[in-house]
Design a protein around this ligand. Structure first.
Ligand code: IMP
Ligand code: MG
Length: 180
């Protein structure tokens, strides 16, 4: 089991598993009906997945434009589910086909917020790609069009995802299981 920063980390999805799945996702996206794709990566958690997926999209014959957006939930508890925009896109999305990319689809609040914002601004289509889907945690009615892996109900880190700002750099997705 890998040990990082004095923590034992159990690998759930290896770098090889993820690379293989990214190629499959890109091929599925290339067969879909999105045209002139604008990839919209939701920061920060999805930046590693987005970086790999756009190169897999290139290998699958697509030439996406890439944009970033950053949203944050207002605190926790009673206000959970309310989101605000921290960083907006730099481009006009009117009439565009958008591929929203996030690390994890959990309650669905984040992706619903961003999808609705893009549709309100006149996007033609909004498709969703996520590396991980925690379907058991869904609170709003939203599904992803492209899912890397079903994720067990654990807090995961690595491949862009953090706990208290740590572990984004890991090349795999794992679960912190304890002190080394
Ligand atoms: P949702 O709005 O509840 O769907 O939350 C999705 C967001 O929560 C993702 O973009 C992640 O940034 C974060 N998140 C959810 N589960 C995890 C996890 O297990 N590890 C790290 N981040 C997570
Ligand atoms: Mg996130």
């Amino acid at each position: 089991m890998p040990i990082v920063r004095n923590k034992k980390i159990e690998v759930l999805f290896s770098a090889e598993d993820i690379a293989r799945r990214n190629r499959e996702l890109a091929e599925a996206i290339a067969l879909g009906d999105l045209s002139n794709i604008l990839v919209l990566s939701i920061l920060k958690g999805s930046f590693v997945f987005a970086a790999d997926l756009i190169r897999a999209l290139h290998a699958a014959g697509l030439a996406p434009e890439v944009e970033f957006i950053s949203v944050s939930s207002y605190g926790t508890g009673t206000t959970a589910g309310k989101l605000r925009l921290l960083r907006d896109v730099d481009t006009d999305v009117q009439g565009r086909d958008i591929l929203l990319i996030d690390d994890i689809l959990e309650s669905g609040n984040t992706l619903r917020f961003v999808r609705n914002l893009m549709l309100e601004r006149g996007a033609r289509r909004v498709a969703i790609a996520v590396l991980l889907d925690k379907t058991m945690k869904r609170k709003v009615d939203i599904t992803a069009d492209y899912v890397g892996f079903q994720c067990p109900d654990h807090f995961v880190v690595g491949y862009g995802m953090d706990v208290a700002h740590a572990f984004r750099e890991l090349p795999f997705v794992g679960v912190v299981t304890g002190e080394a």
